[in-house]
Write a protein that binds this ligand. Structure first.
Ligand SMILES: [Zn+2]
Length: 243
């Protein structure tokens, strides 16, 4: 990796690539350093000294597409975003990853109405809003499915659990806890319906029916309750003309 070829551009070795990707966990060092944005990004490995033949690990840094473009452009040099500065951000990012404090993106956990002051911020908020909206729609679909379907498939519940894990990256703890509660009720509903099928005792059967209707009514109420809880995450206060 240290040897340089002046004949043609040296390809980045896959080991170096894997190393950079795994160390950064696909978090952009500039997003992290300037915005505290710890979201996983679509990005590329940048050559910090802008020499594409220098594939030394210290010269490589994962940057989001946006920052990779602007880093390579003269514009950012004018803004004094120097190699050393990015290296500091990268060092802080790697340290944070090692310390395990990056599990939840800080910018993603901003509760609305979010203030948007720069174009980069606006883009982050836009993407975040988009993702939040999709997850909220997914939640509504889950509720419809759970309340309408007589027999809930286990695979459907597993999928929802997986989505809770994704949701905890883009919402706060309150939503995660809330969704766990919804999931528990859905699982309970499924269990009650299974028990009903095998229960012979009339009194116990009656109790199960009562509980079923209680749980079902609770779940139906979550269309409104969910809207109330998600609402604060789906508000953006756009300041025009900034950035
Ligand atoms: Zn970035």
């Amino acid at each position: 990796m240290a040897k340089k070829s002046h004949l043609k551009r040296r390809r980045l070795s896959s080991t170096a690539e894997v190393q950079v990707l795994s160390m950064s966990r696909r978090r952009c060092a500039i997003c992290y350093g300037l915005l505290g944005d710890t979201g996983i990004k679509d990005g590329q490995i940048a050559h910090l000294d802008r020499n594409r033949n220098n594939n030394d690990i210290d010269n490589l840094c994962f940057l989001c597409l946006n920052h990779h473009n602007t880093y390579d452009a003269k514009m950012l040099q004018a803004k004094h975003l120097t190699v050393d500065e990015v290296k500091i951000y990268r060092m802080e990012l790697y340290a944070a990853i090692k310390a395990g404090v990056l599990r939840r993106p800080s910018v993603s956990r901003r509760v609305g109405p979010a203030r948007v002051s720069s174009r980069a911020d606006a883009e982050i908020m836009m993407r975040l809003f988009d993702r939040r909206l999709k997850l909220y729609v997914g939640f509504l679909k889950f509720l419809s499915h759970v309340t309408e379907k007589a027999d809930l498939e286990l695979s459907f519940l597993y999928r929802f659990s997986r989505h809770i894990t994704i949701r905890c990256f883009v919402f706060g703890d309150d939503i995660e806890e809330y969704l766990q509660e919804v999931k528990k009720k859905a699982i309970r509903l499924r269990a009650i319906r299974r028990m009903v099928q095998h229960e012979k005792d009339n009194e116990r059967l009656q109790k199960l029916f009562e509980e079923e209707s209680e749980v079902l009514s609770w779940l139906s109420d979550q269309f409104d309750e969910g809207q109330r809880r998600f609402k604060k995450y789906l508000q953006i206060d756009w300041k025009p003309g900034a950035g």
